[in-house]
Design a protein around this ligand. Structure first.
Ligand code: UGY
Ligand code: MN
Length: 266
Protein backbone atom coordinates (compact mmCIF):
# COMPACT_ATOMS: atom_id res chain seq x y z
CA UNK A 1 0.00 0.00 0.00
CA UNK A 2 1.21 3.45 -0.81
CA UNK A 3 1.13 5.94 2.02
CA UNK A 4 -1.24 8.77 1.31
CA UNK A 5 0.44 11.29 3.54
CA UNK A 6 4.15 11.83 3.88
CA UNK A 7 5.89 13.88 6.53
CA UNK A 8 9.23 15.24 5.40
CA UNK A 9 9.55 17.87 8.13
CA UNK A 10 12.23 15.93 10.05
CA UNK A 11 14.33 15.64 6.96
CA UNK A 12 14.12 19.36 6.38
CA UNK A 13 14.80 20.30 10.00
CA UNK A 14 18.12 18.45 9.90
CA UNK A 15 19.24 20.95 7.30
CA UNK A 16 18.82 23.58 10.00
CA UNK A 17 20.87 21.45 12.45
CA UNK A 18 17.91 20.81 14.71
CA UNK A 19 17.64 17.65 16.74
CA UNK A 20 20.37 15.73 14.94
CA UNK A 21 21.40 12.78 17.08
CA UNK A 22 23.73 10.01 15.99
CA UNK A 23 23.26 7.86 19.06
CA UNK A 24 20.16 6.09 17.72
CA UNK A 25 21.36 5.63 14.14
CA UNK A 26 21.23 1.87 13.40
CA UNK A 27 24.68 0.31 13.75
CA UNK A 28 26.35 3.63 14.36
CA UNK A 29 28.93 4.07 17.09
CA UNK A 30 32.04 6.15 17.61
CA UNK A 31 33.59 3.18 19.45
CA UNK A 32 36.69 1.75 17.84
CA UNK A 33 39.40 -0.71 18.77
CA UNK A 34 42.88 -0.26 17.33
CA UNK A 35 46.23 -1.91 18.03
CA UNK A 36 47.40 0.83 20.38
CA UNK A 37 44.24 2.61 21.52
CA UNK A 38 40.49 2.30 21.88
CA UNK A 39 37.56 4.66 22.21
CA UNK A 40 34.57 3.11 23.99
CA UNK A 41 31.46 5.30 23.86
CA UNK A 42 28.39 4.81 26.10
CA UNK A 43 26.21 2.96 23.57
CA UNK A 44 28.83 0.17 23.47
CA UNK A 45 28.89 -0.64 27.17
CA UNK A 46 27.94 -4.21 28.01
CA UNK A 47 27.02 -4.86 31.63
CA UNK A 48 27.11 -8.35 33.13
CA UNK A 49 27.22 -9.93 36.55
CA UNK A 50 30.67 -10.56 38.06
CA UNK A 51 31.55 -13.46 40.36
CA UNK A 52 31.60 -12.31 43.98
CA UNK A 53 29.54 -9.16 43.48
CA UNK A 54 26.01 -9.05 44.93
CA UNK A 55 23.22 -7.11 43.18
CA UNK A 56 25.68 -5.36 40.91
CA UNK A 57 26.59 -5.35 37.20
CA UNK A 58 29.97 -4.49 35.74
CA UNK A 59 31.12 -3.31 32.31
CA UNK A 60 34.83 -3.93 31.71
CA UNK A 61 35.97 -1.21 29.30
CA UNK A 62 39.69 -2.07 29.54
CA UNK A 63 41.29 -5.33 30.69
CA UNK A 64 44.50 -7.31 30.05
CA UNK A 65 42.72 -8.90 27.06
CA UNK A 66 43.51 -5.60 25.29
CA UNK A 67 47.19 -5.73 26.27
CA UNK A 68 46.86 -3.50 29.33
CA UNK A 69 48.39 -4.30 32.71
CA UNK A 70 45.25 -3.06 34.47
CA UNK A 71 41.46 -3.24 34.32
CA UNK A 72 39.07 -0.31 34.17
CA UNK A 73 35.39 -0.99 34.65
CA UNK A 74 32.09 0.62 35.50
CA UNK A 75 29.89 -0.83 38.20
CA UNK A 76 26.14 -0.40 38.46
CA UNK A 77 25.47 -1.14 42.13
CA UNK A 78 21.77 -1.71 42.75
CA UNK A 79 19.99 -1.39 46.12
CA UNK A 80 21.48 -3.67 48.83
CA UNK A 81 24.60 -4.45 46.79
CA UNK A 82 28.11 -5.45 47.81
CA UNK A 83 31.45 -5.72 46.05
CA UNK A 84 33.36 -8.94 45.51
CA UNK A 85 36.92 -9.21 46.80
CA UNK A 86 39.66 -8.70 44.19
CA UNK A 87 41.92 -11.70 43.44
CA UNK A 88 45.02 -12.18 45.62
CA UNK A 89 47.68 -9.57 44.92
CA UNK A 90 45.29 -7.12 43.22
CA UNK A 91 44.90 -3.52 44.38
CA UNK A 92 41.67 -1.61 43.73
CA UNK A 93 40.87 2.09 43.23
CA UNK A 94 37.20 3.13 43.42
CA UNK A 95 35.86 6.48 42.16
CA UNK A 96 32.21 7.31 42.83
CA UNK A 97 30.23 8.69 39.89
CA UNK A 98 26.73 8.55 41.33
CA UNK A 99 24.84 7.55 44.49
CA UNK A 100 26.56 6.49 47.71
CA UNK A 101 28.80 3.58 48.79
CA UNK A 102 30.02 2.51 52.19
CA UNK A 103 33.74 1.76 52.20
CA UNK A 104 35.53 0.02 55.04
CA UNK A 105 39.27 0.56 54.89
CA UNK A 106 41.58 -1.70 56.85
CA UNK A 107 43.46 1.33 58.23
CA UNK A 108 40.61 2.66 60.36
CA UNK A 109 37.99 -0.10 60.36
CA UNK A 110 35.40 2.63 60.46
CA UNK A 111 32.93 2.92 57.59
CA UNK A 112 33.20 5.91 55.26
CA UNK A 113 30.22 7.02 53.19
CA UNK A 114 31.45 8.05 49.74
CA UNK A 115 29.52 10.18 47.22
CA UNK A 116 30.18 11.46 43.69
CA UNK A 117 33.76 12.78 43.36
CA UNK A 118 34.95 10.77 46.41
CA UNK A 119 37.35 7.85 46.07
CA UNK A 120 38.97 5.02 47.99
CA UNK A 121 42.10 2.92 47.40
CA UNK A 122 42.37 -0.61 48.79
CA UNK A 123 45.89 -2.11 48.83
CA UNK A 124 46.27 -5.66 47.58
CA UNK A 125 45.13 -8.36 50.01
CA UNK A 126 43.57 -5.84 52.41
CA UNK A 127 40.10 -5.98 53.98
CA UNK A 128 37.77 -4.87 51.21
CA UNK A 129 34.41 -3.64 52.43
CA UNK A 130 32.33 -1.89 49.76
CA UNK A 131 28.53 -1.89 49.80
CA UNK A 132 25.59 0.29 48.85
CA UNK A 133 22.14 0.52 50.43
CA UNK A 134 20.35 2.59 47.79
CA UNK A 135 22.63 2.09 44.77
CA UNK A 136 25.69 3.71 43.22
CA UNK A 137 27.63 4.12 39.97
CA UNK A 138 31.37 3.47 40.25
CA UNK A 139 34.50 3.60 38.14
CA UNK A 140 37.10 1.04 39.26
CA UNK A 141 40.76 0.51 38.37
CA UNK A 142 42.56 -2.69 39.38
CA UNK A 143 45.97 -4.20 38.79
CA UNK A 144 48.44 -6.65 40.30
CA UNK A 145 50.58 -4.74 42.77
CA UNK A 146 54.09 -4.75 41.33
CA UNK A 147 56.38 -3.20 43.95
CA UNK A 148 58.35 -5.70 46.03
CA UNK A 149 59.45 -3.27 48.74
CA UNK A 150 56.48 -0.88 48.61
CA UNK A 151 54.15 -0.25 51.56
CA UNK A 152 50.93 1.02 49.98
CA UNK A 153 48.49 2.22 52.64
CA UNK A 154 44.72 2.56 52.16
CA UNK A 155 43.58 6.02 51.04
CA UNK A 156 40.25 7.75 50.81
CA UNK A 157 39.31 11.32 50.00
CA UNK A 158 37.48 13.78 47.85
CA UNK A 159 38.77 15.14 44.53
CA UNK A 160 37.79 18.72 45.43
CA UNK A 161 40.05 18.57 48.49
CA UNK A 162 43.15 17.61 46.53
CA UNK A 163 45.59 20.43 45.76
CA UNK A 164 46.07 21.62 42.18
CA UNK A 165 49.65 20.69 41.30
CA UNK A 166 52.05 22.72 39.17
CA UNK A 167 52.54 21.32 35.66
CA UNK A 168 55.30 23.40 34.05
CA UNK A 169 54.56 24.27 30.43
CA UNK A 170 50.97 23.03 30.57
CA UNK A 171 47.75 24.94 31.28
CA UNK A 172 45.45 22.20 32.57
CA UNK A 173 44.63 21.90 36.29
CA UNK A 174 46.05 18.65 37.68
CA UNK A 175 45.00 16.81 40.83
CA UNK A 176 46.50 13.47 41.88
CA UNK A 177 44.28 11.26 44.01
CA UNK A 178 47.02 8.98 45.40
CA UNK A 179 50.22 10.03 47.21
CA UNK A 180 53.17 10.60 44.84
CA UNK A 181 55.38 8.17 46.75
CA UNK A 182 57.30 5.08 45.70
CA UNK A 183 54.80 2.90 47.57
CA UNK A 184 52.21 3.14 44.75
CA UNK A 185 52.67 1.67 41.29
CA UNK A 186 50.01 3.84 39.66
CA UNK A 187 48.33 7.16 40.22
CA UNK A 188 44.94 8.57 39.29
CA UNK A 189 45.03 12.03 37.75
CA UNK A 190 42.03 14.34 37.45
CA UNK A 191 42.66 16.92 34.73
CA UNK A 192 40.60 20.04 33.95
CA UNK A 193 40.80 22.06 30.71
CA UNK A 194 38.78 25.18 29.95
CA UNK A 195 37.30 25.38 26.43
CA UNK A 196 40.12 26.25 24.03
CA UNK A 197 42.84 24.79 26.27
CA UNK A 198 44.90 21.84 25.08
CA UNK A 199 47.84 19.62 26.00
CA UNK A 200 51.04 21.39 24.99
CA UNK A 201 53.09 18.18 24.82
CA UNK A 202 51.93 15.83 22.06
CA UNK A 203 52.76 12.98 24.40
CA UNK A 204 54.51 9.71 23.59
CA UNK A 205 55.52 7.70 26.68
CA UNK A 206 55.94 4.20 28.07
CA UNK A 207 53.07 4.55 30.57
CA UNK A 208 49.62 3.13 29.92
CA UNK A 209 46.39 5.08 30.42
CA UNK A 210 42.73 4.39 31.08
CA UNK A 211 40.60 7.52 30.76
CA UNK A 212 36.97 8.45 31.42
CA UNK A 213 35.78 11.87 30.28
CA UNK A 214 33.70 13.15 33.22
CA UNK A 215 32.58 16.46 31.75
CA UNK A 216 32.79 18.53 28.59
CA UNK A 217 33.79 17.75 25.02
CA UNK A 218 36.73 18.13 22.70
CA UNK A 219 39.03 16.33 20.28
CA UNK A 220 41.29 13.45 21.38
CA UNK A 221 44.19 12.56 19.12
CA UNK A 222 45.24 8.90 19.43
CA UNK A 223 47.94 7.77 17.00
CA UNK A 224 46.97 9.13 13.59
CA UNK A 225 43.25 9.40 14.42
CA UNK A 226 41.37 12.44 15.72
CA UNK A 227 38.23 11.65 17.69
CA UNK A 228 35.39 14.00 18.72
CA UNK A 229 34.72 13.02 22.37
CA UNK A 230 32.27 13.97 25.07
CA UNK A 231 31.45 13.18 28.70
CA UNK A 232 30.89 9.44 29.18
CA UNK A 233 33.50 8.38 26.61
CA UNK A 234 36.28 6.03 27.75
CA UNK A 235 39.75 5.67 26.18
CA UNK A 236 42.49 3.02 26.37
CA UNK A 237 45.99 4.25 25.52
CA UNK A 238 48.70 1.63 25.04
CA UNK A 239 52.37 2.47 25.68
CA UNK A 240 53.82 4.91 23.13
CA UNK A 241 50.57 5.86 21.42
CA UNK A 242 50.69 9.53 20.34
CA UNK A 243 48.18 11.34 22.55
CA UNK A 244 46.84 14.89 22.64
CA UNK A 245 43.63 16.57 23.83
CA UNK A 246 42.05 19.88 22.88
CA UNK A 247 38.99 21.04 24.86
CA UNK A 248 36.06 22.59 22.97
CA UNK A 249 32.42 23.34 23.75
CA UNK A 250 31.29 25.71 26.47
CA UNK A 251 32.03 23.83 29.71
CA UNK A 252 35.24 22.79 31.42
CA UNK A 253 36.50 19.41 30.27
CA UNK A 254 37.41 17.07 33.13
CA UNK A 255 38.87 13.61 32.78
CA UNK A 256 40.05 10.96 35.21
CA UNK A 257 43.15 9.08 34.11
CA UNK A 258 44.97 5.95 35.28
CA UNK A 259 48.75 6.16 34.84
CA UNK A 260 51.28 3.54 35.91
CA UNK A 261 54.22 4.97 37.84
CA UNK A 262 57.28 3.99 39.87
CA UNK A 263 57.96 0.65 38.18
CA UNK A 264 61.12 0.64 36.07
CA UNK A 265 59.94 0.37 32.44
CA UNK A 266 62.82 -2.06 31.78
O1 UGY B 1 50.29 12.50 32.65
C1 UGY B 1 49.98 12.17 31.52
O2 UGY B 1 50.59 11.28 30.92
C2 UGY B 1 48.79 12.86 30.88
N1 UGY B 1 49.07 14.26 30.70
N2 UGY B 1 48.37 12.22 29.65
C3 UGY B 1 47.21 12.54 29.02
O3 UGY B 1 46.47 13.45 29.47
N3 UGY B 1 46.90 11.85 27.91
MN1 MN C 1 49.89 10.72 28.96
Amino acid sequence: DLEDSWDYSNVFSTSRNEGITFADLPGFTRSTYQRDHALITPESRVFASMPGWKNALTAHLISPATGSKFSMYLVDMKASSAAGTPPAGVERFVFVLDGAVKATLSSNKEEKLLHADDYAYFPADSANGLSSDAGAGLLIFERFYALKSGQAAPVNGSTAERPVLPVPGEVFALRKLLPSSNDYDFNIHVMDFRPGEALYVKEVHYNQHGLLLLQGQGIYRLGDSWYPVQAGDAIWMAPYVVQWYGALGSTTSRYILYKDTTEDPL
